[in-house]
Design a protein around this ligand. Structure first.
Ligand SMILES: Nc1ncnc2c1ncn2[C@@H]1O[C@H](COP(=O)(O)OP(=O)(O)O)[C@@H](O)[C@H]1O
Ligand SMILES: [Mg+2]
Length: 406
């Protein structure tokens, strides 16, 4: 165990650059991404955004049995409290392992850790419960286990502070999107294709208050579930299965009738909307139209693309100026060539939109969300807010997360 270093680093006191390890494990439950990021304070008072440099990125897949257990636990109708408690601690250990292995490959001194945790339940919209109304969110992974092992403070549990001020607790990546991609003369739309698909809209020259973001619907979550069910695989590598299949249009159209796709932003989704029950219904629908397994995967892939097209038509296009538009994609879905092709086709009707990946901007598609939580940890450490109220629907900006000292 390393010597605690918290006394060297007091929130807000010093504005020196920090090296922050951002830890992300998303709803796909594919594993843990660690981004080691150098974050420097803004250059001058007129520019209030920090400067980021990615030093290294390491991805650590979850062992198969571990992933199965997490997927079972997410949105489980019935789960043992002892199991939940154990999983929470085991995740903390896994996160510490992941950072340690990143630091073995890329030796450096880390000042601070930002850990998103594994979402086990997320309900961004308040609903009646026991005589009151609650929205809630729960990310597992005990931060004390990380802080004790690494000997540095850990910021974790970012989402509740936004929910507490009326937000949906998601999405939280838009601040990074704004810091890294804001452009004076180009519209920038940042698309993430993780378990869920979400996008951030940054009109050319927009102020932070004009940036908005929302989830467009399922992405890899549904595709992965179908691949596991029908082919015994974790995901559709390069989109090869979807490419062989035929899109069942009627099924896509039927899915798109769901209120979620038509509700104006802010809105967020997770396994609660597009998890097990959704996939079971979806598969039943597909099987009524076709016996080909590939067709179900092609149809889920098309649903992702069409829901993005729909969101673009209804919510994105009206917010953009006449300036040229870059559509910058990140997340594991970038590697699904069929999905990327379908998305390109959807957007082609909206004029010349340049489709790029975040890699082209020096930000590896798989590292972006982990970088976002490094940035959010840095903001919290400096007692600065991390949510964008227009993105989450919060009444105000809030300092996110909880600090665990080493
Ligand atoms: N080579 C690939 N081909 C197709 N899909 C891939 C590939 N690599 C990763 N993916 C998809 O990306 C997902 C992980 O994306 P990620 O951005 O980490 O999502 P999350 O944030 O939900 O964890 C995997 O579950 C898989 O569906
Ligand atoms: Mg992931």
């Amino acid at each position: 165990m390393k010597k605690p270093s918290s006394e060297k680093l007091t929130p807000q006191k010093r504005s020196r650059p920090l090296t922050v390890a951002g830890i992300m494990s998303g709803t796909s439950a594919d594993g843990i991404d660690v981004a080691l990021v150098r974050i420097a304070p803004p250059r001058g008072p007129q520019n209030d955004l920090p400067r980021l440099r990615l030093l290294a990125h390491v991805a650590v897949p979850y062992p198969a049995a571990f992933r199965r257990r997490i997927l079972q636990m997410m949105n489980a109708e019935c789960a043992s409290v002892a199991e939940m408690s154990r999983l929470h601690w085991r995740l903390g250990q896994m996160y510490a392992d992941a950072v340690e292995s990143a630091l073995q490959k890329h030796p450096m001194q880390v000042d601070l850790v930002g850990c998103h945790g594994q979402t086990i339940y997320h309900q961004g919209v308040a609903a009646p419960f026991l005589g009151g109304r609650v929205a809630c969110t729960w990310q597992m992974g005990e931060a004390s286990a990380i802080a004790a092992r690494l000997g540095v403070p850990v910021v974790s549990d970012f989402r509740p502070a936004d929910i507490a001020v009326g937000g949906q607790g998601a999405p939280l990546v838009p601040l990074l999107d704004t810091v890294a991609f804001h452009h004076p003369t180009r519209n920038r739309v940042l698309q993430n294709l993780g378990g869920i698909a979400n996008l951030t809209v940054i009109p050319a020259g927009a102020s932070q208050q004009e940036v908005f973001a929302f989830d467009t619907g399922p992405a890899n979550m549904a595709i992965d579930a179908l691949m596991t069910e029908l082919f015994g695989r974790k995901y559709d590598a390069a989109g090869a299965t979807a490419r062989r299949g035929r899109v069942l249009d009627a099924v896509v159209r039927n899915c798109l009738r769901d209120r979620f796709f038509h509700a104006p932003p802010p809105k967020s989704a997770g396994r609660e909307q597009f998890g097990r029950e959704f996939v079971a219904r979806f598969l039943l629908d597909c099987r009524k139209k076709s016996k080909q397994r590939e067709d179900a995967v092609a149809t889920a892939t098309a649903l992702t693309a069409r829901s993005i097209g729909l969101a673009w038509r209804d919510f994105v296009a009206p917010a953009l100026s006449d300036a040229p538009t870059d559509y910058i994609v990140a997340g594991g879905g970038v590697r699904n060539a069929t999905l990327m092709k379908m998305v390109r086709e959807e957007l082609a009707v909206f004029g010349t939109i340049k489709v790029k990946t975040s890699d082209e901007f020096g930000m590896p598609a798989a590292a972006k969300e982990a970088m976002a939580f490094a940035l959010l940890a840095y903001r919290t450490w400096r007692r600065l807010p991390g949510n964008l109220p227009r993105a989450t629907g919060a009444e105000r900006a809030a300092i996110l997360g909880k600090i665990t000292y080493a």
